[in-house]
Structure formats: structure tokens, C-alpha cells
Design a protein around this ligand. Structure first.
Ligand code: PMP
Length: 351
């Protein structure tokens, strides 16, 4: 009997069907991998590789749903312009969906975001307006306020506004959630998520509340963000700054239903970076900084449990966008985020 060649064995059958009509047909249906090389206490920890979406991140899903919804509602028409405030990934998704359809894409991106993301956006044909990362909501150069202003002043513009657009959480409620549920055989004790726009949290929270009320939604938040402290104390404090990209907020986005969160962890940048690097060195998974935050919180949650649990988290995007940051020893040392920097070796080299 013929045996299956080993290199095709891990491919999902659904990816082996006859040719797809467009790369956008490959959005979603991302694989789940169990992490076996980490100390997960009594728990089993799984990661869903959203980095395998064609645009390289979890945001492909919402780009598809927000554009389709806007077209359906008639607020985006041929020849129109899509405007968005983005850490980069939503912009990549929107450009991937919108440029082949002939839309003009204008993206307002805070200047702390990686050079690779900005280069990728420009290569896709999007117009990128970089703005300050060090200002808060209400400041004219704040990226969301700027995007809203540009949209208001551009005829035929649609402001996607992932922070308040209901098509964002809906994409996760109808695709990401059901996929996780099926892939984990209908047995999920906890899902660990971050909040940028809140779409993932709210979509997954709504889905699991319906099918599996025992499933806890756990928030992984960068230290400096206001969200985890708000959940713990009920007080909305002042935001600090953090280096992780794509998650953490200085306000509560309308799309983030924090009442769905069972427990929240604040994760210092140093731990997020170390976790992302360990995910690569231990498991061979190249993930971005926000995935490091999620993994660090998921590991803390797992190790705190007294009974076996099945826990899942996300690899939101790929680390190849952060090779010059998270995976660069010199950059980490310059930022004071190196594990080794405590011992002085890399500091000395950089000085
Ligand atoms: N990780 C990364 C890298 C992101 O860009 C984002 C979104 N900005 C998220 C996580 C957070 O997802 P959400 O917007 O659904 O809260």
C-alpha cells in the first residue's frame, strides 16, 4: 500500500483542494499547535497560528468582514477610499483586500511600529501617514483622531474604525471562535487574548458564552496599558508607554466588552519579548511581540491552576515583521529589554 509522503502529512486536507480563486479564500482556517516544551503546570496549552493568514496576521479576518459590510451598506463604493488607524496589521489586511478592488487606502500608523510593517504597507500600494506614538486620545496627532479627520475631509472615504465597527468582533464570533471550538474538540477551559481594538476579545467572548459558558476569557495586557488595571480596580488610570505592538490601550475601545474578562494579567515588555523569543527557540514558532504578551500571560495562568485545563491562545502575527526589534539583541539591549542586559554583557557591547 502506498504511504503518504511525510512532507504532506501535516497539511490540512482543506488546503489540498483544487486551486483557490484568490488568496483571500485562504483567510482563516488557521492551524492549532500544542506547546509541549514549556512548563504549563497541570494544563495543556495550545496556540492558534493566525500568522498563517495570507496577510500574516489575525487582522485579515476583520479586513474582509469590514470591507464586505461597508460595501453591503453602501458606505464604500467603487472608486472609494478606505481610511484606518492601525498598528499596521489591520492596514495590511485592508490593503490586501482593498487594493485589488481598486480602492485607495490611507493608513495612519503610530511611529513606534516596525519599519517592516510600514514597508510592507507601502509595497502593497497603501498610503501611510506616520504620526506620533507618544500622544493620547484627544491630541490632534493621535492616530485615531487623525484618521477620523482625514476620512471626514476625503470625498468617498470610508473610515473603517476597527475600534467601534461591529463587523470586527462579528468576524471573530463567526469564524475564529467556531474554528477554535472545532479544533479543540469542543473542550476549552480558557482563551487568552490581547486587546487592541477589542474585536478578538468581544467576538470570542460572545461565541464562548453561547457554546461553553465554563470557558474563561483571560486578558493579556502590556504593563502601561489601562485595561488590566481597570479590570482589577474599576479605575481608569493614566496610560504609560510600552513597546509591544498591536495590543494595550490608553482608553477602552467601544468594541472591547471588558465584562467578558474573567481574569487579567499585566505583562512587562521584558517578559513579552522573552516569551516571543522562547517560542521560537523552543517550539520553532516565529511570532510577534503581542503573541509574546499572550504567551507570557497564558503560561502564568496555566501554572496557577490546580486542576488540568485546556488553554488556548493566539499567535496574532509573525515575528518576521520584528526581526530588527524583538529578535535583535542590540535593539533589545538599547530598549533596556534584554534578559542578558541585567548581567551587563550586551549593554557593554552597545555602549
Ligand atoms: N496583535 C497584533 C499584532 C495586532 O496588530 C492586534 C490588533 N491591533 C492585536 C493583537 C489585537 O487584536 P484586537 O484588535 O482584535 O483587539
Amino acid at each position: 500500500m502506498a504511504t503518504r509522503p511525510p512532507d504532506t502529512a501535516p497539511l490540512q486536507a482543506s488546503r489540498l483542494q483544487s486551486p483557490y480563486g484568490s488568496v483571500l479564500d485562504l483567510v482563516g482556517q488557521t492551524p492549532v499547535v500544542e506547546l509541549k516544551k514549556f512548563d504549563t503546570g497541570p494544563c495543556r496549552l495550545f496556540v492558534k497560528l493566525e500568522s498563517q493568514n495570507p496577510g500574516g496576521s489575525i487582522k485579515d479576518r476583520i479586513a474582509l468582514s469590514m470591507v464586505a459590510d461597508a460595501e453591503r451598506r453602501g458606505v464604500l463604493a467603487p472608486g472609494g477610499t478606505i481610511v484606518e488607524a492601525t498598528a499596521g496589521n489591520t492596514g495590511l489586511g485592508l490593503a490586501q483586500v482593498g487594493i485589488p478592488k481598486g480602492y485607495r487606502i490611507i493608513l495612519v500608523v503610530p511611529d513606534k511600529m516596525s519599519r517592516e510593517k510600514v514597508q510592507h504597507l507601502r509595497a502593497l500600494g497603501a498610503e501611510v501617514r506616520l504620526t506620533r506614538s507618544d500622544v493620547l486620545k484627544g491630541h490632534p496627532e493621535y492616530y485615531q483622531d487623525m484618521a477620523e479627520r482625514i476620512a471626514a475631509g476625503t470625498p468617498g472615504a470610508f473610515y473603517a474604525n476597527q475600534f467601534a465597527n461591529p463587523a470586527n468582533p462579528l468576524a471573530h464570533e463567526t469564524t475564529t471562535g467556531p474554528e477554535i471550538w472545532r479544533q479543540l474538540d469542543g473542550d476549552v477551559d480558557a482563551v487568552v487574548v490581547g486587546v487592541g481594538s477589542g474585536g478578538t476579545l468581544t467576538g470570542l467572548g460572545r461565541f464562548f458564552a453561547k457554546v461553553s459558558p465554563k470557558t474563561e476569557i483571560i486578558l493579556a495586557d502590556p504593563a502601561g496599558s489601562v485595561l488590566a488595571p481597570y479590570i482589577k480596580t474599576g479605575e481608569l488610570g493614566e496610560a504609560g508607554s510600552w513597546t509591544v505592538e498591536g495590543i494595550g490601550e490608553d482608553f477602552i475601545p467601544p468594541n472591547a466588552d471588558l465584562s467578558l474578562v474573567a481574569k487579567a494579567y499585566s505583562v512587562p515588555d521584558r517578559q513579552s519579548m522573552a516569551a516571543a523569543r522562547e517560542l521560537l527557540s523552543k517550539e520553532g514558532i516565529l511570532a510577534g511581540s503581542s503573541s509574546g504578551t499572550l504567551l507570557a500571560a497564558a503560561l502564568r495562568y496555566c501554572r496557577e491552576q490546580r486542576t488540568p485545563k485546556r488553554v488556548v491562545t493566539l499567535v496574532c502575527d509573525s515575528g518576521n515583521k520584528y526581526l530588527s526589534k524583538v529578535f535583535d539583541d542590540f535593539w533589545l539591549a538599547e530598549q533596556g529589554l534584554s534578559e542578558r542586559e541585567q548581567h551587563g554583557d550586551l549593554r557593554d557591547l552597545v555602549a
